[in-house]
Design a protein around this ligand. Structure first.
Ligand code: ADE
Length: 227
């Protein structure tokens, strides 16, 4: 899978994409991430990418020309399954969307800034708009990093243990049950006996029960949605 990210801050991605699972996915050739600096496409000598908003007062708007040229250049090189704009007024990103996006070949993630982007970009180039939550970030970069991470870990072969993405919270509509590792007792705090029993059937039952209880206590809406 190839993810092309359009941003005015490509350096912001250096950290998140050079460690752990994403790094491994890139090294294994399972995911490619390419960063495009929108300023490189600006047809003006100051590499300006924003301008005053028509109509309503304060706040700068990202200009259409650099973004349109960058997207068009990429589209002339390959087909894209989705051209996604990161925005707080987009569809709320969730695991189901991550699952679908992880099956695609090529996607573009466009990071906005300032008061937004010229609406004509949304009308003419964008196929999907995503928000990572009901709060406003300074720009779409952190959202694009979050979305890229959640997609890439789902690509078959990226995680060492193939089953581990399938047992993630949300994949079966439930939060994950609590997890423990050695030692079985620390400062008198014990791992539940059942997990030490070796009785796989009872352990599975316990895990399912815990997952349901945890979901009921923390995210009741998820149980209601599933019924
Ligand atoms: N850009 C600014 N805030 C955002 C959010 N919550 N989700 C996605 N992109 C954003």
């Amino acid at each position: 899978m190839r993810i092309d990210i359009l941003t005015i801050f490509p350096e912001m991605f250096e950290g998140p994409f050079s460690h752990s699972i994403i790094k491994r996915a890139k090294e294994k050739g399972l995911a490619e991430i390419h960063l495009y600096d929108i300023r490189d496409y600006a047809e003006n000598k100051h590499r300006k990418v924003d301008d005053y908003a028509y109509g309503h007062g304060a706040g700068m708007v990202m200009m259409i020309q650099p973004i349109a040229d960058c997207i068009e250049k990429l589209k002339s090189e390959r087909n894209y399954d989705e051209v996604i704009f990161m925005t707080p007024d987009g569809e709320l990103f969730e695991q189901k969307i991550a699952n679908r996006l992880s099956t695609l070949e090529n996607i573009i993630l466009l990071c906005g800034h300032y008061k937004g982007i010229d609406e004509r970009i949304r009308e003419n180039f964008i196929t999907m708009e995503l928000s990572i939550g009901d709060y406003v970030l300074s720009g779409g970069e952190l959202a694009a990093a979050v979305i890229s991470d959640s997609i890439i870990r789902l690509i078959p072969g990226v995680l060492g243990d193939e089953t581990s993405a399938l047992t993630d919270s949300f994949q079966d509509g439930l939060l994950s049950p609590p997890a423990y590792t050695r030692p079985s007792e620390y400062r008198g705090w014990k791992v539940p006996d059942i997990l030490l029993s070796g009785n796989e059937k009872e352990i599975n039952k316990w895990n399912t029960h815990q997952a349901i209880e945890r979901t009921r206590n923390r995210r009741k809406g998820m149980l209601d949605e599933g019924s």
